[in-house]
Write a protein of this length. Structure first.
Length: 504
């Protein structure tokens, strides 16, 4: 009997325990469903806090779009071909802009294909060449890839020529003579794979006559600077057979140039990065203190001029900018400031949209942060009972201050964004409508056109969202401001503000 009573009691406890567990699970599930329902209601049902959530997501979408599209647009602008008088309109100075199409295109192709990224083979060679003053002086005077090598060979008799300069410009000559079908194509029509030629000359071969420049003097210079097999390697690519292709001489190749093959300063393999290269070559940032340096606090300071425009081979390529650094006394206080530094040339496209888009991107990121901060703050104050606001702590006062000030900042930023978007639409779509030469390159970039339309669509969507929130929601009490009678111009301004947001 006692055993039966014990079993019944155990069974009864287990049954009720199971019912309690089921009840607990049911209560938890109900709580989760209610929370999800509140979240869905908060997102879908118009309310002031929800407005700031959707507005913040809209700002964030626009800023991410700008963040992605700006580098793409910049790369598209870098492909715009400019020559002649248009070179004078570039923001920075390029050595090759006014040179013949063969030389300029060969340098551009070599950079884009093999030197515009640290992982590419000729990246260090290009930067070492650009940051070497002796090399840039030679390139300024050269009129073709062959002439550049000839002048390097001539200069090497009196001044050591930087090895990086030799390596990069020998590669340029290879691409111009036989490696790239954009430059020459065995007497047939050339391609325009790298977009360095204008649409009118896309099928032409700008370097078709370059082989004629390789006379006996040029051949000797090329062998001295680039190696003996540099020319003979291309014999199978030429439409005609030059004299050096009949020679059976072997020798060295360009790709395996050793330090003793030509005068040079510092091997590329020993240079950590191109900025350190520059510091070592010109003796600036990493150099020891100059003889004009003084530790005395009474010595005069160095006189430093403004930085010049960036100087480089062509648009969007790495270059150097300089400034005047003087000491007006026997000794000056502190270490001598740098007179040169590395830079990157801006593109030469006739379009100022990129600068506006950068400002617009930072503005939209700021608006997104403000809106996503206001969303929980306004939602929190809206859920508080009035009794809890009788005595307000410092944190609530600070949050209330943000809720009062930040919406006005958002409105001012919206006006600024509207002005920038209007400017974008004007520079992108107006010139082709009226056949204007002003900002003529903006419309040619498809990513810029699409981005402008998407951004204005996002702005109009936020405007519609604000009207919706204003019509169907009640203004949060902490955003209320008494209406004052204003003079006529200010009334129009306030009416415009009322169109943009639900909180005025």
């Amino acid at each position: 009997k006692d055993a039966g009573t014990l079993s019944f009691t155990k069974l009864w406890v287990e049954m009720h325990s199971s019912k309690g567990a089921k009840s607990s699970i049911l209560r938890s599930a109900t709580g989760l469903l209610r929370t999800a329902g509140r979240a869905v209601r908060f997102i879908l049902v118009p309310n002031t806090a929800g407005y700031f959530l959707w507005a913040g997501l809209s700002y964030l979408t626009a800023s991410i779009l700008l963040h992605i599209s700006i580098p793409v647009i910049h790369d598209e602008f870098c492909t715009v071909v400019y020559t002649g008088s248009k070179c004078q309109e570039c923001r920075d100075h390029s050595f090759l802009c006014e040179d013949n199409e063969c030389y300029r295109s060969a340098v551009n192709i070599t950079w884009r294909k093999e030197a515009n990224d640290p992982s590419k083979q000729y990246f260090e060679a290009l930067n070492g060449a650009v940051l070497n003053k002796d090399c840039t002086d030679i390139i300024k005077q050269a009129i073709s890839p062959v002439d550049a090598i000839v002048q390097m060979d001539r200069a090497s008799s009196s001044t050591p020529v930087n090895k990086d300069s030799q390596t990069f410009h020998c590669r340029v000559l290879q691409n111009a003579l036989y490696l790239n079908s954009d430059m020459q194509n065995k007497g047939e029509n050339c391609t325009n794979t790298w977009g360095t030629k204008s649409s009118d000359t896309a099928l032409s071969c700008p370097c078709s006559s370059l082989l004629e420049e390789v006379n006996s003097k040029a051949e000797t210079a090329i062998k001295n600077i680039c190696g003996e097999r540099m020319l003979t390697t291309g014999c199978s690519y030429f439409a005609t057979t030059p004299s050096f292709c009949n020679s059976s001489s072997g020798g060295r190749r360009l790709d395996f140039v050793q330090e003793d093959e030509a005068p040079c300063q510092t091997p590329s393999s020993l240079l950590p990065d191109f900025r350190s290269v520059f510091a070592q070559q010109v003796g600036l940032s990493d150099a020891p203190a100059r003889s004009l340096q003084s530790t005395s606090s009474t010595a005069p300071a160095w006189t430093v001029g403004q930085w010049s425009n960036c100087q480089c081979y062509d648009q969007c390529m790495p270059g150097v900018r300089t400034r005047v650094v003087n000491c007006g006394a026997t000794e000056c206080r502190g270490t001598q400031p740098a007179s040169q530094e590395a830079c990157t040339c801006y593109h030469c496209a006739d379009c100022d949209a990129q600068d506006v888009m950068i400002v617009l991107m930072f503005t939209q990121y700021t608006q997104a942060g403000i809106a996503l901060l206001l969303c929980p703050l306004i939602g929190y104050f809206g859920s508080l009972p009035e009794e809890s606001l009788i005595k307000i702590g410092i944190l609530k006062k600070l949050a209330g201050f943000f809720c009062k000030i930040f919406p006005a900042v958002e409105i001012l930023a919206d006006f600024a964004v509207l002005l920038m978007l209007t400017w974008l639409l004007i520079v992108v779509f107006l010139p082709p409508l009226f056949n204007l030469e002003w900002m003529e390159d903006c419309f040619e970039q498809p990513v810029l056109r699409a981005s402008s339309l998407i951004l204005i669509a996002c702005w109009l969507a936020r405007l519609a969202l604000g009207h919706c929130a204003k019509r169907y929601t009640r203004m949060a009490p902490q955003l209320y401001s008494p209406k004052r009678r204003l003079p006529a111009p200010l009334r129009q301004i306030r009416a415009m503000i009322n169109c943009l947001a639900p909180y005025y």
